[in-house]
Design a protein around this ligand. Structure first.
Ligand SMILES: [Fe+2]
Length: 380
């Protein structure tokens, strides 16, 4: 079928471009280049602020780097490379390891200020005058908090945090006060980009997600938003996103507690709002709860998903409240997406596969590829 003209303001592509080459999903060398470029310069979500209580050290991984995250004596979050500048040993061995004002290397007892990384003690070693203590402090990792989520960046002079629809998208959600009530972690046998590509299109929705298509009727037509429809014009009347009577992505569509008071009528009517934070996470905000999903590359053909559901404290305190029941809807969708991503990856391993040919509805995958290649070629 040849497409009729799309509206010029439609996000649909006006051509069918080629995707990334097969090696992008399999080759260890390509994977290492991604870690050394994309994951070394972009902000990577590692958790919520409450995941890092005072008096303890926590380990995080950003690209190839092990990182230790902790709070200084003022309670501010700081992050250091998890390596001793003396001989290189890991500093933090386990999550939740106790720490005070000093981070003490478990190997030779060199001690560093937790707050500013300064070398404070060389243990039993007595350096000669040529040793410059100031040049041997801990190496910092950039850290920032957005809506209660902690992001790390290996670049000492990082660019701004980036989100596809703008960082103000969740301004009407009380993000800082939400409490994590449920978690789900899964490891899938595919390249990290494969999961993002699946996330970026809904052509697979009718075949893979019957329950989600029931919740969001538009998805039955294989598109993510009304502006992707071929007959769409800017004057097309807006339609409700969720099926009649549904307000949230819960098994029965009913809100799981009080809905957020600060949302606009439009935000309520939308029923869900996605914020994409390549390469590491996305956030889905509903009228009653918020879900975050981290996409963690483990190797060229292995990816971890870390999903968490965040609720108002009052919702969690409801008698008999079952966060797992609320989470069951999106968990099913993510399981379906994980299985589809694995199925696609197995096919990509065929030597007969060269590169995808993207359809107009896969504009977001094309944008992802263009972004990725630009980041990888940017070697500054
Ligand atoms: Fe999907």
């Amino acid at each position: 079928m040849t497409a009729p003209e799309r509206h010029p303001l439609s996000p649909r592509l006006d051509h069918c471009p080629e995707g990334l080459p097969r090696a992008a999903y399999l080759d260890p060398g390509w994977y290492r280049r991604e870690l050394a470029t994309v994951f070394a310069r972009q902000w990577v979500m590692v958790g919520r602020t409450v995941d890092f209580p005072a008096g303890q050290m926590w380990r995080a991984t950003v690209g190839e780097a092990g990182v230790v995250v902790l709070r200084d004596t003022d309670g501010a979050l700081v992050a250091w490379h998890n390596t001793c500048p003396h001989r290189g040993s890991e500093l933090c061995l386990t999550d939740g390891q106790k720490v005070g004002k000093l981070i003490r290397c478990p190997y030779h007892a060199f001690a560093y200020s937790a707050a500013d990384g300064r070398l404070v003690s060389t243990g039993h070693a007595v350096p000669t005058a040529d040793f410059d203590r100031a040049a041997h402090g801990l190496r910092p990792v950039s850290l920032q908090v957005w809506n209660g989520f902690v992001f790390l960046n290996l670049d000492p002079d990082p660019g701004p945090l980036w989100a596809d629809v703008g960082l103000g998208t969740l301004d009407n959600w009380p993000m800082d006060s939400l409490v994590t009530g449920h978690g789900w972690t899964s490891e899938i046998a595919c390249n990290w980009k494969g999961f993002w590509e699946n996330y970026s299109e809904c052509l697979h929705c009718p075949g893979i997600h019957p329950e989600l298509c029931d919740m969001v009727p538009l998805y039955k037509t294989g598109i993510m938003g009304a502006s992707e429809a071929l007959d769409w014009t800017p004057d097309s009347p807006a339609q409700p996103s969720l099926r009649l009577g549904a307000q949230s992505w819960t098994p029965d569509g009913a809100p799981c507690g009080e809905t957020f008071a600060g949302l606009t009528e439009a935000e309520r009517a939308e029923g869900y709002r996605f914020v994409t934070l390549w390469p590491s996470a996305y956030v889905v905000a509903h009228v009653d709860h918020v879900r975050s999903v981290r996409v963690v590359p483990l190797g060229p053909e292995r990816t971890r998903l870390v999903a968490e559901w965040h609720f108002p404290a009052a919702t969690l305190a409801q008698p008999g409240f079952d966060a797992a029941r609320v989470a069951a809807f999106a968990t099913l969708v993510m399981q379906q997406d994980g299985a589809a991503s694995e199925m696609n990856h197995r096919g990509i391993r065929s030597p007969a596969f060269r590169a995808a040919r993207l359809m107009p509805e896969e504009y977001e995958i094309h944008r992802f590829h263009q972004w990725l290649l630009a980041e990888m070629e940017n070697t500054q």
